[in-house]
Design a protein around this ligand. Structure first.
Ligand code: 5GP
Length: 145
């Protein structure tokens, strides 16, 4: 998929936003949804998406929707750092397959980094559901608290 193209309403994040597919939800308001990455590259890898934008990438997304997403990215990054104590955090966003994008509904990655630990392969290995559930509970408590 190149930068140019048509938004596919059947993409997995659109399904998650509609409630047609499950997710380990961390945060939701009228405009933004945040959930755990199912194939995490590190412990606590989370994704933040706009709910009302049929946008594949940063070129297409409405700036107001992007601002709301980034507000939640900051809030969730703080919660992740407070709860998981990583040594660093990557905040990333990919546009187009050659840039590493695999799901074509715009999203921002929050990837905690731990000293001495490499990064898992992108979108490759499914996490243990029990671990995701536990992580979800910890982070939801931290965001709400
Ligand atoms: P991208 O490669 O488009 O920047 O990121 C897509 C991300 O979505 C990847 O990190 C991948 O692991 C994650 N992902 C793919 N399918 C699913 C899914 O069904 N549920 C969740 N929660 N994450 C997914």
């Amino acid at each position: 998929m190149s930068l140019q193209g048509t938004y596919d309403p059947q993409n997995i994040f659109a399904q998650i936003i509609r409630g047609d597919a499950p997710c380990y939800k961390l945060y939701e308001d009228d405009d933004v949804l945040a959930f755990l990455d199912l194939f995490p590259q590190s412990h606590g890898h989370a994704l933040v998406v706009p709910k009302r934008s049929a946008a594949r990438n940063i070129l297409e997304v409405d700036p107001d929707a992007l601002c709301k997403v980034m507000g939640v990215v900051q809030r969730l990054t703080r919660a992740i750092v407070d709860e998981l104590n990583p040594d660093g955090v990557q905040v990333a966003q990919f546009n187009g397959a050659p840039a590493g994008q695999t799901v074509f509904h715009i999203h921002v990655h929050i990837v905690p980094r731990y000293a001495g630990q490499g990064l898992g392969i992108h979108a490759a290995q499914k996490a243990d559901p029990a671990e995701l559930e536990q992580l979800q509970a910890r982070l939801v408590r931290r965001i709400d608290g």
